[in-house]
Write a protein that binds this ligand. Sequence first.
Ligand code: SAM
Length: 295
Amino acid sequence: MELWFTERQTPHQDFSLRVERTLHREKTPYQDLAVLETAQWGRMLVLDGYIQTTVEDEFVYHEMIAHVPLCTHPRPRAVAVIGGGDGGAIREVLKHPSVQRAVLVEIDGRVVEAARTYLPEISSGLADPRVEVRIEDGIAHLAQRRAEYDCILVDSTDPVGPAVGLFSAEFYASVYRALTEDGLFVAQTESPFFNRDLIQRVFASVSQIFPVARLYWATVPTYPGVFWTFTLGSKRHDPLAVVSEELDRRLTFPTRYYSAGIHRASFVLPPFVEELIQAGKAGAAPSRSNGGGAR
Ligand code: SAM
């Protein structure tokens, strides 16, 4: 008998993977958590029925959420990851020799425990002495911080439940205050095919708060639409102003997706995405949504 996991990406589109084994399933105080062994992508973390990460394609997302901002900052020392309980973003952050302190702020301790048990390749960095794991709400955590972090990475679930506030203008204002005077942040901002309103709204908020606002993208095969965006807000440093020689110099570690060329290329946007964010900035009416569900 074959077992299949199906993610309902929109009311009109499903994504299915053949499952070899269910390794873990529980209801945490925040969400339904599952770790599945899939035939195509290896072990996979699922929250509330939505794919969070898989062992085979996680490198794309985690390298891109970490190295684009950290290579843009000249010397990131203190870094916070909001969400990201699987540990993948932290693992990449630790590859930067300047990092002295990496704080993981995850609301659901069960996600961290499941990642430690079932996803050691992804969570390995959590044992590093530079890492502080705080099981608390990322919104409350940043609200109490002033000029503390050089980089903040918002590695959140979709904007449902406790993650809703992580996509609000108030939250980005508190991210601004928690950053050092030349700090920068990045947030995962979903698919331009399915989440147009969200991308437009987030980009408009970030551009109002930060002098530098940029959108970049990467291909994540297990996320809806594959084409996945990140929104970056910076107080001073512009990711587009970092020269290739500097990026090469910073890459003292191996990567599988990120490179100096990808850093630059990921900011080149197809016209439909460029129009989307420019319309948002200009305060135009939100564009038509494409039926995207939670994602
Ligand atoms: N890369 C993934 C994606 O794009 O689907 C996200 C991975 S990570 C597992 C997302 C984490 O954000 C979840 O473990 C969830 O518990 C956490 N989270 C959601 N809201 C949060 C909040 N307000 N503060 C801290 N963590 C939060």
